[in-house]
Design a protein around this ligand. Structure first.
Ligand code: NAD
Length: 449
């Protein structure tokens, strides 16, 4: 069932009824249609902080994305499309006042669907330095809560060290400024300077010629991901269970891709996938482990077979498959692995001990795999969706569903396309600086740890 308040809240007459009832109408999010655009800052009002150690880099990035003039302060009646704050120079509690000054002056002037990005630096200095940089994280998550009702997002980009360059920073900022990150807020994007990025790689057209495998792609998030990857130029192999062949083939045909029938719960699937990729494409560049299931019951009442089933499909199958693909050299250098975690992997969830264990397992897995594969420049990351409107969540009881939607800063559930946009970004060559991380697509619904 669709979100009634979102659907009707923007129709004439209805908004005032909801207001009278004290119900907040969620903002309509502006999402990316079609493929990534060039020059996304053209015509946008971008307000930046003054100073900061990376002002030169920011100037270049800004020019690259089609911006015209950087503004340091806006007239009272103007609205900002982007706020960009360089917090890399903050080393003390006293310097945190810079955040106060900038956001006190500008947060109230944000346009609908605007973007806020704060750049910070992994501190190496004194305990106060560490504390001041960590403070920025709490600050940004709170601003995200305050401006979410405008459909505005707030994200933190953390440079792991001072050597992080424009090459690593630009694609991340491009993604965060764009409509592709409409449901991504209150996140920390950590940039490692180890990613092999010899030059600036713009997002647009960067997946042309790439071969991508998406598991569980006959519907939901997997289908949306297959479509997004194909829209950016990748040749996509849509994998799903044999019983979902009809739906899977339809998706594959509509994007000029291929369908591969394989049940991930079966051990032989790893070999089927590996042989297929070797024979048909001589390898693969992008592997998206999306297939996943739930079998909810409290631990006291859970059948052993449901424990086994969920652990197998959601975690064991992807490890088994990656082991073979990596051992056989099927995943090429500069490859991208993205696995689907969940916010319940961070926070746990009632009746989901099996599911949450697998989704937390993925968070640890991508971190360890990233280190293992660093020499091959193969990145491993996970995406943790929050409440997303798919067949999986449609099964939830009505009030749980309504609660799930309202937990987010943006006061609504996300769409499969929102998750697909993040996965597609992490699959791109420009995302080389992001490795071993789990990023949420949850609209900032921060529950649990
Ligand atoms: P979905 O149930 O709509 O789709 C899952 C797909 O995986 C289906 O096409 C299904 O046929 C396929 N699949 C299941 N078992 C398989 C197997 N053994 N072999 C091959 N394919 C198999 O689910 P979704 O909501 O699109 O979720 C996709 C992923 O995102 C899952 O890993 C899920 O855990 C994760 N996720 C979803 C949400 C959400 O709110 N929808 C939230 C957090 C995480």
């Amino acid at each position: 069932m669709a979100d009634f308040i979102l659907e009707y809240g923007h129709k004439p007459g209805w908004k005032s009824i909801f207001n009278l009832l004290g119900i907040t109408v969620p903002p309509r999010l502006k999402r990316l249609k079609g493929s990534w655009k060039k020059q996304i800052l053209a015509g946008k009002k971008v307000v930046t902080s003054t100073g900061g150690i990376n002002s030169f880099v920011i100037r270049n990035i800004y020019d690259e994305l089609g911006g015209h003039a950087l503004i340091n302060s806006l007239p009272a009646e103007d609205r900002a499309d982007v706020l960009l704050f360089d917090a890399t120079g903050i080393e003390s509690v006293a310097q945190l006042k810079l955040l106060y000054g900038f956001f006190h002056a500008n947060a109230g002037k944000l346009a609908n669907n605007s973007r806020v990005v704060i750049i910070s630096l992994n501190p190496t200095g004194s305990a106060e330095h560490v504390s001041a940089q960590q403070a920025i994280e709490g600050f940004s998550r709170s601003v995200a809560k305050e401006v979410g009702r405008k459909g505005a997002t707030v994200n933190l980009v953390r440079l792991e060290n001072k050597n992080a360059t424009e090459q690593q920073l630009l694609p991340v900022l491009n993604f965060l400024f764009s409509e592709a990150s409409a449901f991504v807020t209150a996140q920390v994007f950590r940039i490692n300077s180890t990613g092999n990025v010899p030059q600036i790689i713009p997002l647009e057209n960067s997946l042309t010629g790439k071969i991508a495998l998406v598991t569980g792609a006959a519907r939901g998030i997997g289908e949306a991901t297959a479509r997004k990857l194909a829209a950016e130029g990748a040749t996509v192999i849509v994998l799903d269970r044999p019983e979902d062949s009809e739906a899977g083939k339809k998706v594959a045909d509509s994007i000029n891709g291929k369908f591969l029938a394989a049940d991930m719960s079966k051990e032989e699937s790893a070999t089927i996938i590996n042989d297929y990729l070797k024979k048909e494409f001589n390898g693969v560049d992008i592997v998206i482990h999306n297939a996943g299931i739930t079998r909810d019951k409290t631990i006291a009442k859970m059948d052993e077979k449901y424990w086994d089933m969920v652990l197998n499909v959601n975690l064991q199958a992807l490890i088994r498959t990656n082991n073979l693909l990596l051992k056989s050299g099927t995943i090429r250098n500069n490859g991208r692995i993205v696995c689907l975690s969940s916010i319940s992997g961070f926070s746990g969830n009632f009746g989901q001990t099996n599911y949450s264990a697998t989704k937390a397992g993925i968070i640890g897995y991508v971190k360890a795999l990233a280190e293992e594969q660093a020499a091959n420049n193969i990145t491993s990351n996970a995406v943790a969706p929050g409440f997303i409107e798919t067949k999986m969540t449609a099964k939830m009881p009505l009030f749980t569903k309504m609660g799930g939607r309202r937990l987010s800063n943006l006061n609504q559930g996300g769409l499969a396309e929102d998750v697909a946009d993040m996965i597609t970004f992490l699959s791109s060559p420009g995302a080389a600086g992001i490795n071993g991380q789990t990023l949420r697509v949850c609209g900032g619904s921060y529950i649990g740890a």
